[in-house]
Unconditional design. Sequence first.
Length: 113
Amino acid sequence: MNSWFNLLTENCDMNDLAKYVAIYHVKSCSYDESFIDKSISLDDIISIINKDSIDIQNDILEVFVAIKQNNTNDLIVIYNPFELFENSYVYKTIFNINEEMKNQLLINSEQVK
């Protein structure tokens, strides 16, 4: 089993993960401090994904695309803190992203399930 899938199983309900026929790790992104205590949108997440640099000395967002059997696509974002004593958790799930967005995100992604 790969480490990205381990991260998902540690932070997501197994019944929810079982609904997906395929899951892809899209990218690791630096967490933008401006999002603290703010509800972020799909556009915010896309802007984070589009940044090329990542600072591994800071908190990270792990971005996944998950595909259900009925071909609906969800975006799962897991907050992965730099500090070892903090726990990772599901930061945001955006349900039913469109096919064009899914295809764009899957470029250079890694299938984990």
